[in-house]
Design a protein around this ligand. Structure first.
Ligand SMILES: NC(=O)c1ccc[n+]([C@@H]2O[C@H](COP(=O)([O-])OP(=O)(O)OC[C@H]3O[C@@H](n4cnc5c(N)ncnc54)[C@H](OP(=O)(O)O)[C@@H]3O)[C@@H](O)[C@H]2O)c1
Length: 237
């Protein structure tokens, strides 16, 4: 594992983020750093990210790991209060087997290591329609991983099930782009039904960690994500 540190200060609490280089994870990272909810933030990913000035005031550690040998990186998962998981790929990018490996196996292994490392609250970004009995691979895998994570018995486990994410991507995903354009227009009529901006998902995650848990496992559907996202003011407003 390669680990580097920047910054210092904050609340005395620690979290890790899986998927900080992605659309949701990137926005989450910016929120965590600007709100200083945690004094230590560990980014666990397959490559090192360039953070610039954002890290000021919070200790940021980067653990660059080989997800095929995650067990060798248990130290990165040690001693966190909260773990955020925004990891995922697509069938188009990774093939069916690769998608299952990332979205189910990597996530479940990471959650296991987090639990063993003392993490109290695991926050998983899943998907609307997640269902282990679904005929659709995507929804079935999401349902399976939800069950695997829940079974680990975290003190608190929050599962978010967003609908189509509205976000700007660096990479080209033409189908997603078209779906976003179409549903982005539909969102004028039904703002909480078919889509959710990644910023709203992230504010819901922030709200979740700021409020006490309502039971061991909380599942937030898209509507609830919108509601919770509203409960936290945008930064700078
Ligand atoms: N897109 C949607 O409309 C939608 C809707 C509902 C739920 N979701 C779910 O929400 C979650 C987050 O979605 P997103 O669109 O924010 O994610 P994203 O932008 O695709 O980012 C995915 C993250 O996972 C990492 N990752 C992907 N493949 C990997 C691999 N083989 N090994 C290690 N790391 C890997 C990426 O790292 P690199 O940067 O290194 O590739 C990145 O940090 C996913 O689980 C997704 O299925 C998405």
């Amino acid at each position: 594992m390669a680990a580097d540190k920047d910054g210092g200060g904050g609340s005395g609490r620690s979290c890790f983020v899986l998927g900080a280089s992605g659309a949701t994870g990137g926005v989450l990272l910016r929120e965590l750093l600007s709100r200083r909810l945690f004094s230590r933030v560990t980014l666990i990913g397959r490559r090192r990210l360039s953070l610039g000035e954002e890290a000021s005031g919070v200790t940021v550690e980067q653990a660059v790991v080989d997800f095929e040998r995650l067990g060798e990186h248990a130290a990165a998962f040690q001693g966190h209060d909260v773990g955020f998981c925004c990891l995922g790929t697509t069938r188009a990018k990774a093939g069916a087997d690769g998608f299952v490996r990332v979205d189910r196996d990597y996530v479940a292994q990471a959650a296991e290591l987090a639990r063993a490392g003392g993490c109290k609250h695991f926050v998983l970004e899943s998907s609307r329609g997640a269902n282990p009995k679904s005929h659709f691979l995507y929804l079935r895998v999401k349902g399976e991983v939800e069950n695997l994570v829940q079974a680990l018995g975290f003190d608190r486990c929050t599962i978010l099930r967003p609908a189509v994410l509205l976000c700007k991507r660096q990479e080209s995903r033409p189908t997603e782009w078209m779906v976003q354009r179409f549903l982005g227009a539909v969102a004028w009529l039904f703002p909480t039904s078919y889509t959710v901006p990644v910023e709203t998902v992230v504010r819901a995650m922030v709200a979740i960690v700021l409020q006490p848990g309502k039971g061991k496992v909380e599942v937030l559907e898209n509507e609830a994500i919108h509601q919770l996202g509203k409960a936290v003011p945008q930064q700078g407003t």
